[in-house]
Design a protein around this ligand. Structure first.
Ligand code: HEC
Length: 132
């Protein structure tokens, strides 16, 4: 391999990783702005009022609903890590699908979470999965 090709590959790899990092950073910033007031910066939630997003067994089993909840909210009796939650959460219709995707992928791997990634198509499917 000549030197130019090598540099091109290195450059592309760096670009790829900084781009991934940029999305994660945007997700983190949006999370702090839109979600952390209730779910806390470290995703631990608040007492019996707001459920945790870090190490949440509910999220682990329902991660496909995460984008949907951000846009449309959720009003249900939820059991998260053995604790009951009943206060409804309002949706955030001002968030675009791209922003929701970045927040989703931030939460899925933030803190102790290791819940994989969600493709943009999966995020779209979740947003389109109107229940009721
Ligand atoms: C005003 C407070 C508030 C804000 C802001 C808020 N939530 Fe919630 N969230 C709640 C409450 C309350 C529930 C429980 C809803 C229920 O019991 O039906 C909840 C439940 C959830 C759940 C399901 C339960 C769990 O813990 O796994 C997820 C996921 C979630 N919120 C994500 C988010 C995300 C992402 C944001 C930011 C885009 C956000 N929330 C912003 C209050 C809030």
């Amino acid at each position: 391999m000549n030197r130019n090709n090598f540099l091109l590959i290195v450059f592309t790899a760096v670009l790829f990783y900084t781009c991934q990092d940029g999305r994660f950073k945007q997700g983190e910033g949006l999370y702090e702005f839109y979600c952390s007031s209730c779910h806390m910066l470290d995703g631990s939630g608040l007492a019996q009022l707001y459920p945790p997003l870090n190490a949440s067994d509910w999220l682990n089993e329902n991660k496909d609903q995460l984008p949907y909840i951000m846009r449309f909210g959720i009003e249900d009796t939820l059991y998260v890590n053995g604790q009951e939650y009943t206060i409804p959460m309002s949706g955030l219709p001002e968030l675009s699908a791209v922003e929701i995707s970045n927040i989703t992928n931030y939460i899925l791997s933030a803190w102790d979470n290791d819940l994989g990634k969600m493709s943009f198509k999966e995020v779209q499917n979740s947003l389109d999965s109107k229940k009721d």
